[in-house]
Structures are given as C-alpha cells and as structure tokens.
Write a protein that binds this ligand. Structure first.
Ligand SMILES: [Zn+2]
Length: 211
C-alpha cells in the first residue's frame, strides 16, 4: 500500500548555492542541500517534491529550531554587550553570523559576533540613551530603499538601564561600510576565527561567566 503520509512541497533548485528551496502549504520556507535531496532519492516533478512525513519533520523542524535560536539574540542583546570582552577573548564562540545584527538594506553587511563585540568595545557608533543619557551602542540597522532612511538600533551600556532605542537617519551606506570595516579589523586580530564551527546563540549564552 502506498504511504499515505506524503507531503507535497513546492521546490525550487538554486544552483548557485546547491540547495533546494522548499515551501510548504503554510508558506514556510526551508533550504535543503542538494546532496540530501539526492541521497533521499527525491525527484522533482513539475516544481514539486513529495516528502515522507519524517523527511518533512526533519527538514522543517530543523529550520524551526534555527529560528527559535535566532530569536534568542534580541532579548539577550544586553548580555552580548556586557560580555563583549569575554567574546573577544573567546574567538571559538565568535564565528557566528545572524541577520539579527549588522546593516541590512538593498546593500547589506553582516559582521560576525566577534566583530560586533569589537564594535562594542570601540564605541565608535554610539548615541545618547533617551532614558538615562549614557552611551548606547549600535548593533543593527535596517534601511528602506524607498525613503533612503535607516532605522538604527542601540543598546544602552548602563547596567541599570539596558534599554534599547532606535533612531531614524540617512546614510545607510556609511553603516554598511562601518560594519565591513569592523569585520576586517576583527579578522586581522583573530584570523583563526573561521576555523571554528558556528555556535548556536543558546550555546554562546550558556558560555558566558555568571556575573
Ligand atoms: Zn540608558
């Protein structure tokens, strides 16, 4: 008897990255490496793949877990700031890229976590916290192509405040250039960082010393 639990997903092969983009009926998107699709002997038919329930679970659940881990960054932004020197001393934790920090627009630049920690110690992109007046540090910027404006996100360095605030301003290209510069500086200081595996935020957070 034919397995009843076949789940059909839309599939699009992306040759540049050797991945398949899969979209389920609920519009959830995951990317699966070509070799996994081949190993599972799945064949694309009219832009669709038929997955077994376990294949579907495995691939879409992994993506779900990744999203859950990514979601840990923002609520813990102060802890990443607070442990900036610890991060600089531990490059094995810093080969970590995420779309939760960096500059994003029609041109984007995502620095690694180590470069973000370096940026925090340099304190070059700071803005007075509207809550307490102390310095708040840039960690994320998102630009609008239509207006040319960027929304910039800052975390206050004051341990008693820890507030996040945003400002809107122009100059998205300057922000992209800034994060690129810090990444280059970080890679000069820690050229081995790329040899380390990328860690989950949950693992990095657990590595921080108790303060
Ligand atoms: Zn503050």
């Amino acid at each position: 008897m034919k397995e009843t639990n076949v789940i059909t997903v839309e599939a699009l092969f992306q040759p540049a990255n050797a991945v398949y983009q899969l979209v389920d009926r609920m519009g959830r998107v995951v990317h699966v490496r070509q070799d996994l699709i081949d190993d599972n002997k799945l064949e694309m038919l009219e832009g669709q793949l038929s997955l077994t329930a376990s294949q579907y679970e495995a691939w879409f659940k992994i993506e779900e877990l990744r999203r859950m881990d990514e979601a840990l960054f923002r609520p813990n932004i102060y802890r990443f700031f607070e442990h900036r020197k610890f991060l600089l001393a531990h490059p094995e934790l810093c080969h970590k890229y995420s779309n939760k920090f960096g500059a994003y627009s029609y041109m984007s630049f995502a620095p690694c976590l180590g470069a973000l920690a370096l940026s925090f110690t340099m304190a070059e992109r700071v803005h007075a916290c509207p809550e307490c007046g102390e310095s708040a540090h840039l960690f994320y910027a998102v630009g609008s192509v239509l207006s040319g404006m960027s929304t910039q996100f800052f975390i206050c360095e004051n341990a008693n405040c820890q507030k996040e605030h945003t400002i809107k301003s122009g100059g998205m290209s300057g922000l992209v250039a800034y994060f690129r510069k810090v990444e280059e500086m970080y890679l000069v200081m820690y050229p081995n960082v790329r040899n380390y595996s990328s860690k989950q935020f949950s693992v990095i957070l657990e590595s921080f010393p108790l303060s």
